[in-house]
Design a protein around this ligand. Structure first.
Ligand code: ADP
Length: 258
C-alpha cells in the first residue's frame, strides 16, 4: 500500500486555480523529488500532503487515511515538514525550536520529559547544531537556521519527511552530511522522504521517483532517467540542457547550456 496517495487533486487559492488533476503514489521508504519552475505548485503540494491545505476536489491519503480525517496532532506524528522560509522571527533559542518537534507527542497537559530531551539532543547532534543550542534562532545564519529546522523535523520522529528547498543554504559538508543522514533514516527506519528542489542534479542523484510539475499539473513522473530528459526540461523550463551520465552510478546528470 502506498504511504502517500493523491487522487485527482484540484486546488485553488480563493478563485485562482493552482493545481489540476494531480494523481500519484509514493511507497513507504521511497525517496521522491518534486521539481518544476517557480509557481508550478511544489510548496502547495507539500502543504496538501501534510494537511495544512485540503484539496477542493480529489483526495489526499496519508497512511491509507484521507488527510481531512486526521487531526492536526495525529498527522504531525506521521508527517514533518522543513519549510522553505527560515527567516521567521522566532525570538526563541535554537534548542527550544527543536523541542517544538516533540509537541505532537506530548499529552495535552504534560511537559517534555527526559526522553524528549534525549531525542532533541540526538536530532541536534545529527544536524551539527548542538554548538549553538543556546543561541537565538533569529541570530543564526541561514544555513544554521535550516539545520535547526531539520533537527526540529527529526525530533518529531516522523514516518514521512517533507523538505522544501532544505539544502539551498547548506555548505557542501553539511549538504553531504544531511544527504547521508536521509539515506540512513531511509534504510534503517523506513523513512519516506519527499523533497522539493530547484537543483535537478540533486533530484536525479538522490530520488528514486521524480514528479515534474508544470503550472500545477504533473508533466512527467517516474525514475530519473525517464523524467530528466532534455526534451522535458526544455518544454517545462524553456532552457536547453545537456544530459550525460554520472560515471559512478549511471544516473542522469545535467548541464545548463547558455
Ligand atoms: P512553487 O513552490 O512551485 O514555487 P507554489 O506552490 O508556492 O509554487 O505556488 C503555486 C501558485 O500559487 C503560484 O502562482 C503562487 O503565486 C500561488 N500562491 C501560493 N501561495 C498562495 C497564497 N497563499 N495565496 C494565493 N496564491 C498563492
Amino acid at each position: 500500500m502506498p504511504v502517500i496517495e493523491a487522487r485527482n487533486i484540484n486546488f485553488s487559492y480563493d478563485t485562482k486555480s493552482v493545481m489540476g488533476n494531480v494523481s500519484f503514489a509514493i511507497d513507504e521508504a521511497q525517496i521522491a523529488a518534486v521539481i518544476g519552475p517557480n509557481g508550478s505548485g511544489k510548496t502547495t503540494l507539500l502543504k496538501i500532503i501534510n494537511g495544512t491545505l485540503f484539496p477542493n476536489s480529489g483526495k489526499m491519503f496519508v497512511d491509507g487515511k484521507e488527510t481531512v480525517r486526521w487531526s492536526r496532532r495525529e498527522i504531525a506524528r506521521k508527517v514533518a515538514i522543513v519549510p522553505q522560509e527560515t527567516s521567521m522571527i522566532f525570538p526563541f533559542y535554537a534548542e527550544e525550536i527543536v523541542l517544538m518537534g516533540r509537541f505532537p507527542h506530548l499529552g495535552r497537559y504534560s511537559f517534555e520529559d527526559k526522553n524528549d530531551y534525549k531525542i532533541v539532543h540526538k536530532a541536534m547532534e545529527k544536524t551539527d547544531t548542538l554548538t549553538f543550542a543556546d543561541r537565538r534562532f533569529d541570530e543564526l545564519s541561514a544555513g544554521e537556521r535550516q539545520r535547526v529546522l531539520i533537527a526540529r523535523a527529526l525530533a518529531q520522529e516522523p514516518k514521512i519527511l517533507l523538505l522544501d528547498e532544505s539544502t539551498v543554504f547548506l555548505d557542501l559538508k553539511h549538504q553531504a552530511q544531511f544527504l547521508a543522514l536521509l539515506r540512513q533514516l531511509n534504510t534503517e527506519q523506513k523513512l519516506t522522504v519527499i523533497f522539493v528542489t530547484h537543483d535537478i542534479n540533486l533530484a536525479a542523484q538522490n530520488a528514486e521517483k521524480i514528479i515534474l510539475l508544470d503550472s500545477g499539473e504533473i508533466y512527467a513522473i517516474g525514475n530519473p532517467a525517464d523524467v530528466i530528459t532534455a526534451a522535458n526540461i526544455k518544454e517545462v523550463y524553456d532552457v536547453d540542457i545537456l544530459i550525460d551520465q554520472n560515471p559512478k552510478n549511471r544516473l542522469p546528470r545535467m548541464t545548463l547550456l547558455t
